[in-house]
Design a protein around this ligand. Sequence first.
Ligand SMILES: Nc1nc2c(c(=O)[nH]1)N[C@H]1C(S)=C(S)[C@@H](COP(=O)(O)OP(=O)(O)OC[C@H]3O[C@@H](n4cnc5c(=O)[nH]c(N)nc54)[C@H](O)[C@@H]3O)O[C@H]1N2
Ligand SMILES: Nc1nc2c(c(=O)[nH]1)N[C@H]1C(S)=C(S)[C@@H](COP(=O)(O)OP(=O)(O)OC[C@H]3O[C@@H](n4cnc5c(=O)[nH]c(N)nc54)[C@H](O)[C@@H]3O)O[C@H]1N2
Ligand code: SF4
Ligand SMILES: [Mo]
Length: 762
Amino acid sequence: MKRSVRIVPPEAFGDLKLTPPKEKAAGIPAITSSLRHVQEEMGVIAGLRALNRMNQKGGFDCPGCAWPDPDGKRSALGEYCENGAKAISEEATNKRVTPAFFAKRTVEELSEQTDYWIGKQGRITHPMYLAADSSRYVPISWDEAFEKIATKIKSLNTPDEACFYTSGRTSNEAAFLYQLFARQVGTNNLPDCSNMCHESSGKGLAETVGIGKGSVTLQDLHQAELIIVMGQNPGTNHPRMLTALAKCKENGGTVVSVNPIPEAGTNTFVDPQSPLSMLKGGAQITDLFLQVRINGDVALLKAAMFLLLEKERANPGSVFDQEFIKQNTTGYQAFIDNLGNTNFSEAVAASGVPEKQIREFAGLLAEKKKIIICWAMGLTQHENGVDNIREIVNLLLLKGSIGRPGSGTCPVRGHSNVQGDRTMGIWEAPPEAFLDSIDKNFSITAPRNHGYDVVDSIKAMDEGKIKLFVAMGGNFISATPDSEFTGKAMQNCDLTVQISTKLNRSHLVTGKEALILPCISRSEKDQQASGDQIVSVENSMGIVHSSKGSLTPASEHLMSEPAIVARLAEVLFGNSPVNWGEMTKNYDTIRNHIEATIPGFDDYNRRVRQPAGFYLPNGARKGKFNTKSGKAVFTINKIPDNKIADGHFILMTIRTHDQFNTTIYGMDDRYRGILNERRVLLMNKDDIREQQLKPLDIVHLTSIYKGVERHAHNFKLVEYDIAKGCVATYFPEANVLVPIDSVAKKSNTPASKFVVVRVEKR
Ligand SMILES: Nc1nc2c(c(=O)[nH]1)N[C@H]1C(S)=C(S)[C@@H](COP(=O)(O)OP(=O)(O)OC[C@H]3O[C@@H](n4cnc5c(=O)[nH]c(N)nc54)[C@H](O)[C@@H]3O)O[C@H]1N2
Ligand SMILES: Nc1nc2c(c(=O)[nH]1)N[C@H]1C(S)=C(S)[C@@H](COP(=O)(O)OP(=O)(O)OC[C@H]3O[C@@H](n4cnc5c(=O)[nH]c(N)nc54)[C@H](O)[C@@H]3O)O[C@H]1N2
Ligand code: SF4
Ligand SMILES: [Mo]
């Protein structure tokens, strides 16, 4: 039975209210907003008790972003931000989705609701099953659920008909078991949210500096002379990064922001953890704001480096670190020859930034030595996303700004353990050495052929090549591109299984049969045979530390993520050669296996219990580049051709201040001054006039890619300070416009920051 569920969220309007965009981030409004969310979901007392444990040594890790906690003393006023408070309120909510909830509603009915409504219903309490001939989930026992999955796996023609997705909140312990399970099944089909996120960073960095992770620590940020924040909105998505930027400024550093819109947090930051900052009215963060056109970053960097090269040629050794370049890099001459041929005025025009500001930027680059570049989705989610990262590396190499204190690469990760999941082997293209190690430690033979990443999984589903889809967290349907295409592809699967805490669209747009396996969350007590367990996570700076939940689980019927994987594996494989039954009695056993399999985890069980955890080895941080040549590599990257037809715009799909990816916390984008409405299109004043539109007009969007059109209707036009020719709206409502084939070369990351659209008045 094909259910007629809604794949794309309904086009319902809220009651839009506009206020001037905020000049200041955090401060009192952030505290008020945190408390409101805590109160609504958990009650004030329980909420504050939970917040007191969050990000403290021995407490639980914030389920929000991957920003690190300080190594040393932690603030008694709380080591969290507004969005951390929202994240915990959302997962520790008092509301419940019970079997009675499902008995009252079909999946079709549920799918007509907004994502906001769906997410707000509360925590799922029981394992649930959706039969092939039904539209209503009914309760199922854990044993029956595992039996169904095991039976399906046994029936596959090849293990590659199974696909195991992971979202980045999963702990190291759960992730390690999950990938091991997939490999014992016999597939490397392990797509993860990273494929849509920092995959371009991983690819670009591994190739040039020999490690697919960032090189800096928090200390480095504090010590840097110049920090460049590119394609990132830290005030909303990594709020405590502002504390680090403020420290850098206190120490005399300079901050440059590169963005098509001026984002609040990078203007002024009022540290809610610092009474002094509150009194003073906050610190100015950005010294120089460069309003690039969407995907104008390579052009900007090239233009700036061209100016540096002129200075260097006039006065050799004055700008570039020639000694560093000679000792540590390859490809310099070819890079310089190419850079010298840059058409400067064309590069300036392509960047969209006025020449005067580019000269100012180049002036800063010329005089500073300790430089850090931070970035996020504004650089990775482009067809040339990998080139963006390689160009950043070029600049840092010219300046000798990597592998030294106060300098280096800083890709700011999204989900709290997305980096750890990859370290644990959640990877569709695992290195041979990793698989050898798995084989040796567990006496299995892991498959060697690479599996599907996110985009390839969707295409495989479309072609009927995937029969079983399992998701360890996340919301695959809403997070992926080309929603209609993806939704139909997912419906081709025989069985889809979601291991989840809360309800989302992926529970409604399913395969023929579907299961929901509800799990405990990070903040909750994880009790196993040997007592309360800890799990561990790796943050954006490669620090592995423990996380211990303290709240009572949302329901007595929940299982932990590691226990779900181990139980399923035991049902399918028994306890030989992998002793799955032993695995979850005490998670120390899992960590011992991780230690035996993955480099850098020596003495894991002891070190993870150190109050601030431990740093994983990182060659680039120490100036050791683990590339083929043993040196860092200059690369040549073309300025992308971003010309689009007249009357078209480049659309970026971004996050509001009130959401975590597909989880909608509320309807306000407070810093941007857009309240009570998510269906908005941000457009520049001149463009509105030239298009003969008016602010608050209702418009329809059509994306055009290789002759195919995709539609999203009903957005209110908001006049906004955004680069000319560019427009913005929110993810996930706009994912229906992102073409499945528009992906970054090499990383296959959907280009969700570069969608060519037409804007038409309703
Ligand atoms: N509160 C909260 N925190 C989060 C998340 C969340 O949804 N909510 N999500 C988490 C996850 S998984 C991730 S990956 C991160 C995402 O963190 P961000 O990458 O900060 O998130 P986005 O909203 O996608 O913002 C991208 C930024 O890049 C800019 N931009 C877009 N295109 C370009 C471009 O071509 N060039 C330049 N220079 N800038 C551009 C946009 O204007 C915007 O400021 O945040 C993590 N933290
Ligand atoms: N257009 C567009 N699309 C994008 C992006 C964009 O910028 N623009 N960003 C991309 C990025 S960077 C990312 S990372 C992806 C995110 O993709 P996903 O990681 O797949 O999506 P999330 O919205 O983070 O997943 C939220 C769901 O996770 C489940 N969950 C929450 N906590 C837990 C837990 O502790 N355990 C388990 N098992 N489940 C839990 C809940 O059911 C919740 O509904 O989206 C990508 N999609
Ligand atoms: S910065 Fe990120 S990890 Fe830290 S408290 Fe805020 S949301 Fe949580
Ligand atoms: Mo992400």
